[in-house]
Design a protein around this ligand. Structure first.
Ligand SMILES: C[S@@+](CC[C@H](N)C(=O)[O-])C[C@H]1O[C@@H](n2cnc3c(N)ncnc32)[C@H](O)[C@@H]1O
Length: 323
């Protein structure tokens, strides 16, 4: 995964779809994959502003390459751009609305399994400081916030996190919310639990161990990792999404914009083996049937504190405060 480099001098604008050809390798349009008109409107629009910021960073990084580090290399700007743009319609997936509706038989099964996943999460002994990585629109956050004494929620995209904040406020709950990369080193006190929903499936296969190592670094000895993720059921996504292939999925938004993202469907056995190999114990991985895989494990004492923690937030994109 790299920066949003100019893959070809011609592209379709990610916002309006217009074809555009860059004049040279330094053109910001190429880095942002936006036409000049849309780039010019970046001040008025969150998605365009995000693309502009990412383009400036990527162009700067290309001009002054720094040695790759395990914390920043795997970040995929296209994945972040996709979820930033998808934020207003993200919950349609959970709620089986619009393009995510698959008829009463499949949708009833989906709803039952979603309930089962929620009950499973609720049954876990989560307490103390809980960290949620790639929190998105915060579907699971009210449950986490109601169990934790302190919840810290992070996501690399701003738009979904704004919705998460609204959700918490609507529930009368509080959390610390920060725009922050899931690959960044941990910050703050060691956590008692770390939750990530539908995030591991966006981690490339070759990076599984790296991510579990980052997760372990957040946790106090005996801390718990909790993951909920996708099983590869054809009725899980939108009706107009092509079948995934080779760990990549083409995703469309309601307005027709298209993104190709990493989506890796790991089996329960694969997840359990990776957790064991990463030094977690009490590994328990199960499924709800068709749609969701549920995984939890405890960080073995000898693994905890193996790595230094960040005293500041070098990869923090921008603090967004507390809800
Ligand atoms: C499938 S969504 C899951 C959202 C939420 N956890 C849930 O269970 O509904 C994946 C999330 O990962 C976020 N994301 C993508 N790349 C990221 C990165 N490098 N660091 C942190 N979050 C990232 C996206 O913005 C998106 O909100």
């Amino acid at each position: 995964m790299g920066q949003p480099a100019i893959r070809s001098p011609s592209f379709s604008c990610l916002w309006c779809g217009r074809s555009w050809t860059v004049r040279g390798p330094d053109d910001l349009e190429g880095w942002a994959r936006l036409c000049p008109d849309c780039l010019g409107k970046a001040g008025d629009n969150e998605f365009l502003r995000f693309r502009l910021r990412a383009a400036l960073e990527a162009r700067g990084a290309a001009a002054n390459p720094s040695p790759p580090t395990v914390t920043s290399g795997p970040t995929d700007p296209d994945l972040i751009a996709y979820y930033d743009a998808r934020a207003p319609e993200y919950d349609d997936w959970y709620l089986r609305r619009g393009r995510y509706e698959h008829g009463p038989i499949h949708d009833t099964a989906w709803n039952a399994e979603l309930d089962a996943a929620g009950r499973w999460l609720d049954s876990l002994p989560l307490r103390g400081r809980v960290v949620e990585l790639a929190a998105g629109t915060g579907w699971w956050s009210p449950l986490l916030a109601s169990k934790a004494s302190e919840l810290s929620m992070y996501d690399a995209a701003e738009a979904p996190l704004s919705r998460a904040r609204e959700r918490l406020v609507a529930h009368g709950l509080r959390a610390h919310l920060h725009v922050r990369d899931a690959w960044a080193p941990p910050e703050g006190d060691p956590a008692d639990a770390l939750f990530a929903g539908f995030w591991l499936s966006h981690v490339e296969r070759a990076r599984t161990a790296d991510f579990l190592q980052v997760a372990g670094r957040w946790l106090a000895p005996g801390g718990r990792i909790v993951l909920i993720d996708s099983l590869p059921d054809p009725r899980s996504g939108a009706v107009d999404h092509p079948a995934p292939s080779a760990d990549r999925s083409v995703r469309r938004l309601a307005d027709g914009r298209e993104f190709t993202i990493t989506k890796v469907y790991r089996t329960p056995d694969e997840i359990a083996a990776a957790m064991n190999a990463a030094g977690f114990g009490d590994v328990a991985v199960t499924t709800t049937g068709r749609f969701f895989v549920l995984a939890t494990a405890i960080l073995a004492e000898r693994q905890a504190g193996r790595h230094s923690r960040a005293t500041s937030s070098p990869n923090s994109l921008r603090g967004t405060g507390t809800a």
